[in-house]
Write a protein that binds this ligand. Structure first.
Ligand code: UDP
Length: 238
């Protein structure tokens, strides 16, 4: 099969995915490898929007934020996602792609604001859109931003990149008998208490009938394979 299974997707990358083996920040080789994976998919004509987290730099709920006002700490977390978005877009441009960063919080000297029709226009033009600053609101996560923007742009699926290659019956790092689900319904995932995305994001996808694919971003070629509709990761469906 060489025809993409999707026309428009929302890819959610966690901030930690940019760290590689480092303890903090952005690892150059890791971001370049990730961008190469994205480039392969973009070349297939798939319209790609990306939401990136900020956990490699700052999280509102991290120990380092203890004692801080939660909303203030969350705004710092959102600013961390702006930094990651800039790094990602820069790496994509160096990799020959056209990328635009749009921010959910006003920071116009640095990146343009999120305007839905503009984002749709960029996607139709084949540009990769990186949604920065999460939802723009404290007390949320970038998983929720991915679900929200995914629904807004009419993405067919949210691709949630993690370190594990799907949803397992138990923690595969602790239980050798754990098996990966190839597909699972939202209802089954709830009944089995399986953690797919944070609860708000999960509920939004379920309500909007927006499927989620959980896959490993560290597994070479995984993104391309799942775009081609192959059995990669776990599909969470309605
Ligand atoms: N954040 C927020 N609102 C949002 C998205 C993110 O307040 O809509 C803040 C929050 O503090 C969060 C941090 O930004 O901890 C980084 O995002 P996230 O934890 O989702 O990043 P990831 O775990 O994917 O790296």
């Amino acid at each position: 099969m060489t025809t993409p299974a999707y026309k428009r997707v929302l890819l959610k990358l966690s901030g930690e995915a940019l760290m590689g083996d480092d303890a903090y920040g952005i690892n150059r080789a890791t971001i370049e490898r990730m961008v190469a994976d994205v480039s392969e998919v973009a070349k297939m004509g798939v319209e790609l929007a990306i939401v990136i987290g900020g956990g490699n730099i700052f999280r509102g709920v991290a120990p380092g934020a203890q004692g801080m006002d939660r909303a203030t700490a969350d705004y710092m977390g959102m600013l961390a996602t702006v930094m990651n978005s800039l790094a990602l877009a820069d790496a994509m441009r160096q990799g020959g792609m056209t990328a635009r960063v749009m921010s959910a919080i006003g920071i116009e000297q640095v990146v343009e604001p999120y305007v839905r029709p503009k984002a749709l226009q960029y996607l139709e033009e084949g540009k990769i859109v990186v949604f920065a600053a999460g939802t723009g609101n404290p007390f949320f996560t970038t998983d929720t931003a991915a679900a929200l923007r995914g629904a807004e742009i009419g993405a067919e699926i949210v691709l949630k990149a993690t370190k594990v290659d799907g949803v397992y019956s138990a923690d595969p790092n602790k239980d050798a008998s754990a098996t990966r689900y190839s597909t699972i319904s939202f209802d089954e995932a709830i009944a089995k208490h399986l953690q797919v995305m944070d609860a708000t994001a999960f509920a939004l996808c379920r309500d909007q009938r927006l499927p989620i694919k959980v896959f490993s971003i560290t597994k070479p070629g995984a993104l391309k394979r799942l775009i081609l509709g192959e059995d990669e990761g776990t599909l969470v469906h309605v």
